[in-house]
Write a protein that binds this ligand. Structure first.
Ligand code: CA
Length: 461
């Protein structure tokens, strides 16, 4: 694995951007995630005149790489810095060196940018609403995995009580090809989908109308930075070299559509109406201090086949990233209530590592391309408060209690919100807010920002 802990992670580093030194910030100088900003053109009279800029988040501010390139601060030895979106940085393979140069410009004692006459043009207040999808080109391909054994077991218990975990699960990272065109950035409204649901009686006609069982899935997304040629698989030893970094992913799911359509070929319209990603890509370099061993397999479990196994993957293929889900209903917002915390899971609780997913995805010669998105699958843990979907949380009772993993056949009971409203699934006006962050003694906490979406009413049918 090629991402080492180095001087860029030093806990003592501070920035002249004071908000970056706040211990609670997601974006200290050790993080420096990438995003793409939609910025109004200052020198234009036309209000609709916008430009795109690749940016780096630092504390409550954004450093505009495009504006930086127009100043006399762009490193002369590094070619053109005129990046208008994250894909250009990736295409030129520049992120690793750029990270070090940007960090230097933001260090507390470096006056070069701090005292520069154009500093207020280059470093501007962060406003998440100005951030677009990180890539100027649409995400090419989206593959969603199913890598949490806890989630797979929970869902299997509900959908197939007699046979919850299929025999392939512990041999193959299960996945399906999702839909890239409907991936949207955080803050985009999510219209309740319409579709077919199972007949109310055996042999009857299917029901048709707005989804009644609308759910979220707390996932992390891996962004491919470097692709592979068609026909040339990616070795497990090289898998992480192909990753740019991670973002938060909400794989919105219509459970009633899913139950009716998923046999025999898997998810289709239940999943492709929208998926939301957080706008920041936290790079593999920034995540180096927060790696974890691959999840340990039970003694009776099979080991992965040799092509998905390596010492490095076993020791450090996982990510120690806490993932949190919050919900606020329209009524809660009206009454000025804070969003309620639903769950906290951890990405280290995945049965398969991202490296194994990359290697397995390409073992048949399939080619990944820069900007492709791989979803981890819903991140659920061994306890009830670590369940990453509402389907699992409301299964058998109070989601804030903490017994071991669920019992098949138990009754579904709703979540009760602070307003007294009840939820089994999402209602119109509900906002789902996902957060993710890494903490480790001796290092600065780093975070991923937020991934938000409000449900709006279905179109009339
Ligand atoms: Ca999913």
């Amino acid at each position: 694995m090629s991402y080492a802990i180095d001087e860029t992670h030093d806990v003592k580093l501070e920035s002249w951007v004071e908000s970056a030194n706040d211990p609670k910030t997601d974006f200290p100088i050790q993080n420096l995630p990438l995003a793409t900003m939609v910025r109004a053109t200052d020198d234009s009279d036309d209000e609709d005149d916008y430009t795109l800029s690749a940016v780096v988040a630092i504390g409550d501010m954004l450093l505009d790489l495009n504006r930086l390139s127009m100043s006399d601060l762009a490193p002369e030895d590094d070619g053109d810095w005129d990046f208008i979106a994250v894909d250009e940085i990736v295409a030129e393979g520049k992120w690793s060196s750029l990270r070090k140069k940007v960090q230097k410009l933001l260090l507390k004692d470096n006056p070069a940018l701090r005292d520069h006459p154009q500093v207020n043009d280059i470093v501007i207040p962060r406003d998440d609403s100005m951030l677009s999808m990180p890539f100027i080109d649409p995400i090419g391909d989206y593959t969603d995995f199913y890598a949490s054994l806890y989630h797979a077991t929970n869902v299997g218990c509900m959908f197939r009580p007699d046979n919850p975990l299929l025999p392939n699960y512990k041999h193959i990272p299960i996945g399906y090809h999702g839909r890239a065109s409907s991936i949207v950035p955080s803050g985009t409204e999510i219209q309740r989908p319409v579709g077919q649901q199972a007949p109310s009686e055996d042999g009857g006609l299917p029901n048709f109308g707005p989804c009644k069982l609308l759910d979220y899935e707390m996932e992390m997304g891996a962004i491919i930075g470097r692709g592979n040629e068609l026909g040339e698989p990616i070795d497990i030893a090289d898998a992480e070299d192909h990753l740019l970094g991670l973002c938060i992913l909400n794989d919105w799911s219509a459970r009633d559509l899913q139950k009716w359509e998923y046999v025999p070929l898997g998810p289709f319209l239940a999943k492709n109406f929208a998926s939301t990603i957080s706008p920041y890509i936290v790079t593999m370099e920034a995540l180096a201090p927060f790696r974890s061993p691959a999840q340990e397999r039970d003694a009776g479990d099979p080991q992965p086949l040799a092509y998905m196994d390596s010492d490095a993957n076993r020791k450090g293929g996982g990510f120690d990233i806490k993932v949190e889900v919050y919900l606020s209903s329209a009524k809660m917002r009206e009454e000025g209530m804070e969003p309620v915390h639903l769950s906290t899971g951890n990405m280290k609780d995945l049965y398969w590592t991202i490296g194994q997913m990359v290697t397995h995805h390409t073992v048949n010669g399939c080619n990944l391309q820069p900007g492709d998105l791989l979803g981890s699958g819903t991140i659920s843990g061994p306890t009830r408060d670590a369940r990453g979907s509402m389907l699992e949380l409301t299964w058998d009772g109070d989601p804030f209690a903490n017994p071991p993993i669920s019992v098949p056949g138990t009754q579904r009971t709703p979540l009760v919100l602070p307003t007294g409203e009840e939820r089994k699934f999402l209602a119109d006006g509900d906002e789902v807010i996902m957060k993710a962050y890494c903490e480790r003694d001796g290092f600065r906490r780093i975070g991923f920002g937020e991934c938000r979406g409000i449900i709006t009413a279905a179109r009339s049918v």
